[in-house]
Design a protein around this ligand. Structure first.
Ligand code: SF4
Length: 222
């Protein structure tokens, strides 16, 4: 304060006001976040919170996690969970033809010779990996489905399909960056399971994918 006053007499007041506004915004944002998740409903402007969480809060969470010794992976998991809660609370309405299931390539059986990245329908349905069940799920609800080998192809698929909502399966890193990149498109992120280590023969809980699809389609009916 003394230093600021030396620069200009009004600086301390200005500094205090900026700090007070910042603290007020942080507190109201935090309370809004808690109430939105707690009530499971969109509250005043809470749909904008997901953008704030993705663009502002997440880098802050990573920094805080580093300071207190929480792994980046754990922070990413929390971010994905928080994002999913907010998407579900906002009850986004989506038609089946505007809903996209986006899968990582590592879910395909490693020894499978069929090329499914350009067209997942090339799958022969042998059942050695979960691609078969996921295609059946997309047929059941008439939603689009695609496989991406990385972020660049995922972005292209999104540009080509213009979905209004996405159910994405991936690891922590890809889901986090995907949710951030595709904002404001609502994304429900589902972590893949890695019984064989990362990036090979990964799995996903089909029931979670089904529930995420219903979360978007059922809200359309409500
Ligand atoms: S289910 Fe499809 S993608 Fe999976 S191994 Fe069989 S043919 Fe390949």
């Amino acid at each position: 304060m003394v230093g600021l006053r030396n620069i200009h007499p009004s600086f301390p007041l200005f500094y205090t006001s900026v700090l007070a506004i910042f603290a007020f915004l942080m507190l109201s944002g935090g309370l809004l976040l808690v109430f939105t998740i707690f009530r499971g409903k969109d509250i005043f402007l809470s749909h904008k919170l997901r953008g704030v969480v993705a663009k502002v809060l997440f880098p802050f969470m990573i920094l805080m996690g580093r300071l207190v010794g929480v792994s980046k992976e754990r922070v990413q998991q929390s971010f994905i969970e928080l994002n999913n809660h907010l998407v579900q609370s906002n009850h986004h309405r989506t038609g089946p033809n505007k809903l996209l299931i986006l899968l990582p390539h590592c879910i395909q059986d490693f020894d499978c010779q069929v090329k499914i990245t350009g067209n997942i329908r090339n799958c022969k349905g042998c059942g050695k990996c979960e691609i078969k069940n996921l295609i059946e799920l997309s047929d059941q609800y008439q939603v689009k489905i695609a496989v991406a080998t990385g972020g660049t192809l995922a972005r292209r698929i999104i540009v080509d399909n213009r979905p209004e909502a996405i159910v994405a399966v991936a690891c922590e890193l890809d889901l986090t960056s995907g949710i951030q990149d595709t904002y404001p498109i609502p994304v429900i992120g589902i972590l893949n399971e890695r019984p064989n280590g990362p990036c090979i023969n990964t799995k996903v809980d089909i029931q979670k994918v089904k529930q995420a699809i219903l979360d978007f389609l059922e809200s359309q009916a409500s």
